[in-house]
Write a protein that binds this ligand. Structure first.
Ligand code: ATP
Length: 591
């Protein structure tokens, strides 16, 4: 396929924010593509080159892209930067520059194909070491020299990691299903098991839904994690689970999916990144303690104080997120591993077995010690014992408990947030609300001491049905000076002049930011609001929902993608549960 053809589809995608329209456009696009092209297109459309676990990213600094533009157009870097400041989109700047008469003469070469663009982008991403920057600039300028103005717009957006079309992985899955007239469940299942949208797209094209249904678990390939719903009372939880459940401590650490194949060990994060090199101690512990030749198991890694053995909060673990001095960090911030699931052991996939059977298999392969063992857990069937267990968990440094379904249908549902697992967290600040993970979508400049710097953020929740982000509060409290410094630095590259395609907002911040950064926020309660779009019309036709008195907890949820943030439905449920607590009297103290 010619790249110009793909670009014509991208133009159509950019012109709409409606998910159904996007799906239809993508279905047409996939219909035209060869299997291998379908895989390339799936990655490129998400602004990626490979699945996350490969760990090769495209993101090229804007400064380098500007140098490449200079090489092709002869126009001064200063001038290009100036146009960038005006438009906020280097893609548009590139389109304009290449449309200008002076550069037209360079456009007579043979047309670019999707394959060529993809392979050149691969080269750009992979250059490392000395001279890498020069090579990246040269390769990009080679592509730009062959590109039409419209093609240049998307090449620049691709290399700088700024696709702006608002297409999410689930929309691609919908499009692939529409192409085959069904099979969404099989396609989604395959994606959740292999975490590779390109593989799924090419398999659908080549072998149809039947072929995709054969994609299964593989040691070394991360599985998208099963996730929990939340409720705020022990009684509701037990009712939801048919009066009995298995309650486990909800440890305050980082989720790890451990893959073992003979002596080889890999650790994947909640977002399927390969984080093995950061945790040599975990690798060693699993080599010694996992008595299986092959396994995929999940645990929560929690930092502990080596002097007292007490568990430490999540923030301490963030010291382990580094590239250098990992051995030293492992000594300073050691971790305990608490295992809660087994997906595969020695040739046998376990994901379709019920929870307690999986837990039994897991216990059989763990050579346990104080720092390497199963999660603490008990069977519960009355609210009082669940509440007592919860208090004990919190006293011991946990966030709360996870209460899990134990019925025969309690399988491991990869990639799904559902009612088979229910989290029950006690907020540290107020009984009414739990902590929320919100996405930054805009920012306001500060006043007084904070003037010229970002002072307040516009925060949003994720609407997983419409695949958009809806605002839910402005937060300006809880930030230390170093947080504001860090936020200004991190958010500046995400800034854009216009509202991002996937953001729904009535408020206009000073700058918009691409929805990427997730922060943990606590608030006092959820209230009706005429200015926030979260849950608009769900409770009252002319109002949305907002978080009252929000403050930053100090926790950057870099382990979460924006689509993993708190959802609109969760906020609606929280709002309703507050009403119940107030009506029930005394169970919670509204602040
Ligand atoms: P949170 O923001 O509350 O950590 P989350 O969105 O990351 O939640 P949830 O599905 O809401 O994910 O909660 C499950 C998370 O809790 C898991 O991803 C895991 O990291 C952690 N966890 C801690 N203890 C357990 C446990 N016993 N069983 C399952 N998950 C646990």
């Amino acid at each position: 396929m010619d790249f110009s053809r793909l670009v014509s589809y991208y133009e159509r995608l950019e012109a709409t924010t409606k998910r159904l329209e996007m799906r239809d456009i993508l279905t047409e696009l996939f219909a035209e593509a060869e299997p291998r092209e379908a895989s390339r297109i799936a990655y490129l459309t998400l602004g990626e080159l490979y699945p996350a676990y490969v760990g090769v990213e495209l993101g090229m600094a804007e400064k380098l892209a500007i140098r490449a533009l200079k090489m092709v157009t002869g126009i001064d870097e200063g001038k290009i930067e100036e146009s960038l400041r005006k438009t906020g989109d280097l893609g548009l700047v590139a389109e304009k520059l290449l449309s200008s008469k002076k550069t037209q003469m360079t456009l007579s070469l043979e047309p670019l194909t999707v394959e060529r663009v993809y392979s050149q982008l691969e080269r750009i991403a992979k250059f490392t070491g000395e001279g890498a920057m020069e090579m990246k600039v040269k390769t990009l300028s080679g592509l730009l020299a062959q590109a039409s103005p419209k093609e240049a717009k998307y090449l620049i957006r691709l290399v700088t990691g700024n696709m702006r079309m608002g297409v999410a992985d689930m929309t691609l899955i919908d499009a692939l299903a529409a192409l085959k007239g069904g099979g969404k469940e099989e396609i989604e299942r395959a994606y959740n098991l292999c975490s590779d949208i390109g593989l799924v797209a090419s398999t659908v094209k080549e072998h149809g839904v039947e072929g995709v249904a054969k994609i299964g678990l593989r040691v070394g390939i991360p599985v998208r994690p099963m996730l929990a719903e939340r409720l705020t009372s022990a009684q509701e939880i037990l009712e939801k689970l048919g009066n009995t459940g298995f309650a486990e401590y909800k440890y305050d650490g980082e989720r790890m999916q451990i893959h073992k194949a003979d002596s080889e060990l890999m650790i994947f994060s909640r977002r399927q990144e390969n984080i093995t090199s950061q945790f040599p101690d975990v690798v060693e512990m699993c080599r010694r303690g996992l008595a299986a030749r092959e396994a995929i198991v999940e645990c929560e890694a929690v930092a502990y104080d080596p002097e007292t053995g007490d568990m430490l909060p999540f923030q301490e673990l963030m010291h382990r997120r580094r590239k250098y001095d990992v051995e030293k960090a492992a000594q300073l911030y050691p971790v305990s591993l608490f295992f809660f699931d087994a997906l595969y052991i020695d040739g046998e996939p376990l994901i379709d077995l019920p929870l307690l059977e999986r837990r039994k298999r897991l216990s059989q392969v763990l050579e346990s010690s104080d720092n390497f063992r199963l999660t603490e857990g008990i069977m519960v069937s009355d609210p009082d014992s669940l509440d007592r267990f919860m208090l004990k968990a919190v006293e011991e440094g946990c966030e709360g408990v996870m209460v899990k379904d134990i019925s025969p249908k309690s399988i491991y549902r990869a990639g799904a947030r559902g009612w088979l697992w229910i989290k029950y967290k006690r907020s540290y600040v107020s009984k009414l609300t739990d902590t929320l993970d919100l996405v930054v979508v805009g920012a306001f400049y500060g006043k007084g001491r904070r003037s010229g710097r970002i002072g307040t953020l516009l925060m949003a929740v994720y609407d997983d049905e419409a695949d958009v982000f809806r605002t839910v509060c402005k937060v300006g409290t809880g930030f230390k000076d170093e947080d504001l410094e860090h936020l200004t630095q991190t958010l500046t590259p995400l800034a854009q002049k216009q509202k991002p395609a996937r953001v729904e907002s009535i408020m206009e911040p000073d700058i918009w930011t691409r929805p990427e950064m997730v922060l943990e926020i606590v608030g006092d309660e959820i209230t009706l609001s005429p200015i926030h779009t979260c849950g608009w019309g769900a409770i009252r036709s002319d109002a949305g929902l907002a978080v009252r008195f929000p403050r930053f907890t100090g926790r950057y949820r870099s382990d979460k993608s924006p689509e993993d943030a708190t959802t609109v439905n969760e906020i609606i449920e929280l709002y309703k549960s507050q009403l119940k607590v107030i009506a029930g009297g005394g169970e919670g103290e509204p602040t």
